[in-house]
Design a protein around this ligand. Structure first.
Ligand SMILES: *Cc1c(COP(=O)(O)O)cnc(C)c1O
Length: 376
């Protein structure tokens, strides 16, 4: 069976995890944790980054940092993972779902402003498949209505919008290092990206259970105490050590994924030209990270048959999100603004093909040949 995903492994992770284990400091913010954060701050050119146990945790920190209060509204695309909404619902927010664009599956920036009310506090764009949302338009709306922008860049590490890394354009951003993402910190992990100086100090406090322990360790205060709300938002040093092995090979992973992605795109152009499928669109403003290769088929019935057909050919292909506005919790916690012109219909057509670091040429050929046989 060709799996849908294999967690990336470059070779040095074992050695670094072992080194961390032997260091007698395996809680958060140790040698590899600090090294990884410094690496991100330099490569992203942002004010501060903090490793977290997950992207979900980073989004939860963002919701606390922008001070979401019960009744506040947060604008989110309906086509996303539950954490994009949950993090804000946990602080009492009502979610206002907005339709997506059919070309990128990202939030339709032209439908955001109509969803803004006097209660709106934030917009949370999701960079689906590591392809950037139309951030200039989104930042302009936010500025004019005095809103925060939290980028769910879970899939977006190493992608750019107009030359700026995803996650560094909004006030706050979040990456995921889950095993299904391009880079992993040993299965679970995330990063909070801080692009606004106002959040820098408080983010450290919230992450350290509401204490000023980070300042204490830097010798800036002589004892540490409870100063704010907070939780345990630090990953262990073992996770950071695993991640460091991947950061050292960041370009190798990116180049390899892009080659595979381009291989699929080349191979299936003819299917698109003949009208059998639609391929992902990468706007000229975006440089992507090959997080995902998907096809869009005619409808859900054809997709079900296609996934079943590939399974019989020992290939694991999968669909993706069920629109949140139609999910039970989504209906309880929010509402759809405007119409569902594309969210449901486009999501039902989408199927993701196997794509992982060091996917073998023969594996990819097998997938390509099987897909071609289904249509022609
Ligand atoms: C993976 C993902 C998340 C959650 O990431 P975790 O690290 O598993 O918490 C959130 N949002 C999007 C868009 C994702 O793809």
């Amino acid at each position: 069976m060709i799996p849908f995903n294999k967690p990336p492994l470059t070779g040095n992770e074992q050695q670094y995890v072992l080194q961390a284990m032997q260091s007698n400091k395996i809680s958060g913010d140790g040698y590899f944790g600090k090294k990884s954060q410094a690496w991100f701050e330099k490569s992203l050119g942002c004010i501060k980054t903090l490793l977290t146990p997950s992207c979900t945790a980073a989004l939860e920190m963002a919701a606390i940092l922008i001070d979401i209060q019960p009744g506040d509204e947060v604008i989110v695309p309906s086509y996303t993972f539950v954490s994009t909404s949950n993090a804000f619902v946990l602080r009492g927010a009502k979610i206002v779902f907005v339709d997506i664009r059919p070309d990128t599956m990202n939030i339709d920036e032209t439908k955001i402003e109509a969803a803004v009310t006097s209660k709106t506090k934030a917009i949370v764009p999701v960079h689906y498949a590591g392809v950037g949302c139309e951030m200039d338009v989104i930042m302009d709306i936010a500025k004019r209505h005095d809103l925060f922008v939290v980028e769910d860049a879970a899939q977006g590490m190493m992608s750019n919008y107009k030359g700026k890394p995803l996650g560094t354009i909004g006030h706050l951003g979040a990456f995921s290092f889950h095993e299904t993402k391009n880079y992993t910190s040993g299965g679970e992990g995330g990063l909070l990206i801080i692009n606004d100086e106002r959040f820098s100090h408080r983010a450290e406090v919230i992450r350290e259970k509401g204490t000023n322990r980070s300042q204490f360790f830097r010798g800036q205060v002589d004892k540490y105490t409870w100063v704010d709300i907070g939780s345990s938002f630090l990953p262990s040093e073992l996770q950071a050590a695993y991640l460091w092995g991947q950061l050292e090979k960041v370009n190798e992973i990116n180049v390899n994924r892009l080659e595979i992605w381009n291989g699929y795109h080349q191979a299936f152009k003819s299917l698109q030209d003949s009208g059998f499928v639609e391929l992902p669109t990468i706007p000229t403003t975006c440089e992507h990270n090959a997080h995902m290769f998907y096809l869009k088929l005619k409808n859900i019935d054809q997709r079900t048959a296609f996934i079943e057909y590939l399974k019989c050919n020992e290939i694991s292909a999968v669909f993706h999100y069920i629109p949140l506005h139609s999910a039970p919790a989504g209906q309880n916690c929010g509402r759809l603004d405007g119409v569902d012109a594309f969210t449901t219909s486009e999501s039902e057509r989408l199927v993701r093909l196997p794509l992982y670091f060091q996917m073998q040429k023969e594996e990819q050929e097998k997938v390509i040949n099987a897909v071609m046989r289904f249509f022609v």
